[in-house]
Design a protein around this ligand. Sequence first.
Ligand code: ZN
Length: 299
Amino acid sequence: MSWFKRVEKGIVTPTEEKKETPDGLWYKCPECKTVATMAEHKRLLYTCAKCNHHDRIDSAEYFEILFDNDQFVELDADMTSADPLHFVDTKAYPQRLAATQKQTQLKDAVRTAHGQLEGLDLVVACMDFKFIGGSMGSVVGEKIARAIDYARQHRIPFLMISKSGGARMMEAGYSLMQMAKTSAKLALLSEAGVPYISMLTDPTTGGVTASFAMLGDFNIAEPGALIGFAGPRVIKETIGKDLPKGFQSAEFVLEHGFLDFIVDRKQLKQQLADLITMLRPTEVAAPVATTRSKSSARS
Ligand SMILES: [Zn+2]
């Protein structure tokens, strides 16, 4: 006979008497369940010390990681969305926007900024997943298009950090038009010879993958990021087959030739600095004077 016997089954503490652990002190990795202090988690740029799981972060954290001394000028900071379709789902779209803006302290799902990375000028557009799933509506498209124009006019390299569930259904066709607009602006940037680096983070899907996210001179990604167009469940149901292991992970996408490299967030700033130095638009070199030697003009 055991020395301890459970008399009642299960946990019987009523919900209202349960003690909550205060938020913001500890971080538990969702992959390997390792616990670390928030301070340590932040010091490792929100990656796990044990399994290197990259936690999802927002534009504020990326700007802090990338820009020297967290100094930058935000572009088009006050642009907000209209409601051209008078869209209503469980809430009217303007109400949903207002509630999300209040909750996230963001105006829409992307922020664009000009700053310096290791002393090199850089324009960054970074998406925020917590704003309606990082969905691409008119404001996201327009802000990215304007940031690309700004980069082209000032001849500054452009970095896009994507994190999106795809098109914003509340803007339907207007959302889809952003794919064409941003892609056309990137074509102009390319023609002007200004570098474009696209970084895909967890998750990058839908219309974002199908437009600007895959158009970089370099397409790079964070480890383990989900990258795809349609989600795995939809694909599985459509093709009626099981999907290969690791399908749509950054590593799988790299292996199949759609990415140039995967970058650990702790090396991101240095690797971007190296890449930008290598790609930096140079002044048009003066034509090299060719002098024909006398001996070759003999005939
Ligand atoms: Zn972990």
